[in-house]
Ligand binder design. Structure first.
Ligand code: NDP
Length: 315
């Protein structure tokens, strides 16, 4: 339910140029006035300078919610840029949490399936023990801790395999590679759920509508797993993307059947990935009555946006 109060509310958004931030910058409009900041407005890599920028802004704008979609997301680069990743994903996030607390604002922050080690086969629940395998995962986990420590009214949304029409992601990489090559090799032994930025924005709005007027001691503040329904491997996801693009008239050299499934061991990367990235979404569905459609629906909608029929026809 959108209340009168939520129509009048002020939202400060960080990371407005990212995949998720871009979608949020229009989706949050429904709540009221949105002040959308990009890296050039507020650089999270220098928490001291960030404080000098944000403190007066928060004092004058008086946001009811701060939504942080900014993050150091270069997962492999983070293995050698530990400090840079930690400054953005943990230190700056701690500062945002302090500012939100001082302003009595709700802080929405996004985290990742990479806080888990990917063992087991069941979807991870919010209380499961974390054990990040990568520097990126460790810094995101530290960010979660900072948020919970410094801001009572927090909503941490852990998600997976984010995909949107804006920005860089696996879906776009597959379309690009399939345009240039007639065969691809894609990892088939990591399981997770592609989650669209549209779905994350919808859930964020629903949660804020419910929580903007909540008291600090409301038990619904906390960590949530938010992902689309279903599950897949990177390999089956790639096949779905290629088939969907061809169905929409794109000419691609690679076809779904020419994508070879390979084990993770055949495609070594600097940062280890969790094999099991499934997130159990029962808590967010129960507390906020959100509908989480299948990952295919989210991907279809992005393909509808991105894929333009080619002049030359598929054979
Ligand atoms: P993107 O990489 O698309 O966007 C991140 C944004 O953060 C970019 O706009 C980037 O700015 C900004 N940013 C990076 N460094 C700084 C900095 N030093 N100061 C200010 N802004 C900075 O990420 P997503 O939208 O995909 O991710 C959104 C959230 O979801 C993040 O918290 C991420 O950890 C989490 N997540 C993402 C997953 C994924 O698959 N992508 C999976 C699970 C969770 P610029 O545009 O200038 O580069």
């Amino acid at each position: 339910m959108v209340t009168d109060m939520s129509h009048r509310c002020r939202v400060l958004l960080l990371g407005a140029n990212g995949q998720l931030g871009h979608t949020l910058s229009s989706a949050l409009d429904i709540l009221g006035e949105v002040r959308a900041l990009t890296r050039s407005d507020a650089d999270l890599s220098d928490p001291r300078a960030l404080e000098e920028t944000l403190k007066p802004l928060v004092q004058s704008f008086q946001p009811h919610a701060i939504v942080n979609a900014a993050a150091y997301t270069a997962v492999d680069k983070a293995e050698t840029e530990h400090d840079a990743a930690r400054r953005v994903n943990a230190h700056a996030v701690g500062l945002l949490a302090e500012l939100a607390q001082a302003a009595n604002a709700v802080l929405v922050h996004y985290s990742t399936d990479y806080v888990f080690d990917g063992t087991g086969t069941r979807p991870w629940v919010e209380d499961d023990p974390t054990n990040p395998l990568s520097v990126y995962g460790q810094t995101k986990w530290l960010g979660e801790k900072s948020v919970a420590q410094h801001c009572v009214k927090h909503l941490i949304l852990r998600t997976s395999w984010v995909v949107g029409a804006h920005g860089n992601n696996f879906l776009k990489t597959m379309l690009r590679l399939a345009t240039d090559r007639d065969a691809l090799r894609v990892v088939a032994d990591q399981i997770g759920v592609p989650t669209s930025t549209e779905l994350l924005a919808y859930v964020t709005v629903k949660m804020l509508e419910a929580m903007l007027q909540a008291e600090s001691n409301d038990k619904r503040f906390g960590i949530y797993h938010v992902a689309a329904s279903g599950e897949t491997s990177w390999h089956a996801y790639a096949q779905y993307v290629i088939a969907g693009a061809i169905k929409r008239g794109a000419y691609l050299k690679a076809k779904p059947e020419s994508i070879e499934p390979i084990p993770t061991s055949a495609y070594p990367l600097p940062a280890p990935r969790p094999a099991n990235s499934r997130l159990d979404t029962e808590k967010v569905r129960a507390n906020f009555c959100v509908a989480l459609p299948s990952w295919q629906e989210g991907v279809d909608s992005i393909l509808d946006d991105l894929v333009k029929p080619s002049v030359s026809k598929n054979p």
